[in-house]
Design a protein around this ligand. Sequence first.
Ligand SMILES: Cc1ncc(COP(=O)(O)O)c(C=O)c1O
Length: 386
Amino acid sequence: MSRELKSLFLLDPGVVYLNHGSFGACPAPVFADYQHWQRELEREPVQFFGARSGPLMAESRAALGKLLNASGDDLVFFANPTTACNMVARSLKLGPGDEVLSTDHAYGAMERTFLFLQKSARFTYTRRAMPLPFTTPAAWVERFLEGVTPATKVIFIDHITSASAVIFPVAEVIRRARAAGIFTIIDGAHAPSQIALDLAALDPDLYIGACHKWLCAPKGSAFLYARREHHKWLMPLVVSWGYLPDAEPGEHNLIDYHEWQGTRDMAPFIATRAAIQFQREHDWDTVRADCHALLRDLRARVQALTELPPLYPDDQADHWYSQMATLPLPEVDLNELRQKLWGEHKIEAPLHRFGEHNVIRISIQGYNTEADADALVAGLKAGLGR
Ligand SMILES: Cc1ncc(COP(=O)(O)O)c(C=O)c1O
């Protein structure tokens, strides 16, 4: 949280950028590393693809594994969470009578994958209503798991949701699901680096994460983590050289099946190492804590302005949010407010309707400062006529 950190990002300094959650933002040194690998490819494409990219990808997976407390052999890079979700959903052997249980907070693009596939496979996709406001993680888990039926074969939930920007208590859900023989897929697009993610402790069946959001990698870097016993049945979305026609089913390796998808840009994956390094060098545990403190304070200031109760409480354990939070707004015309915030104040923060609430989602990343918080409070004050 400093001007020095702000100056390392490529964002337009004229914009009050409070929307890291949508597409992340890449610091200049990480972006330079990304371009370096693109140039290395262009210098000698045959050597790059034939000899260098494989070890570089393995090093990047190992670095990611170290960050997330997982083996690099259980991680495979995908260009984005949407693609990883498509591969996973298409690999599941689901049919009539089976249910995928999710929530009404799931990200629309991921949800659509299941809605698309259920038409042909005829399983049921259930969006369990989890209405805001939330109180305690324990109450949340009980309400969610009351939705489990004998048909529930898969639980698909977010670790940190998009529109509502809330951390779901996934550890307990995973634990209880495993005890009940239910398979878990976690959409962790917003989790890596926004929270200290420990995959070994969580131990989900499958976990999808983005590196191009809170880890600040270049666009086009995401991953799937798969428990060892699931490697053999995850079918490649794109069949390529990694498929060995003469191998017995289950003999192939997770990386072979999914990593090589024909000629493509591997630079975002390789540069993910530089993103991890960048955050380590800049003491990201402290940055994350400072961002949370700024957001916590901003939440209180906006709440004082709107006089609306929060959608989830602050608590000592920081259960519900880290660097991104969704705050309720009064019943105003959101289009008008959006135009004012952007047109008059150059504030980039998403406004939308969530359930019964008008809301604003605020992201705080290391490049944000007190001045950004002040600008948002001033913009809302003017926009809401307070
Ligand atoms: C919760 C969640 N899941 C998945 C995605 C999809 O990410 P991508 O568009 O990079 O595939 C997003 C994107 O914002 C998201 O917020």
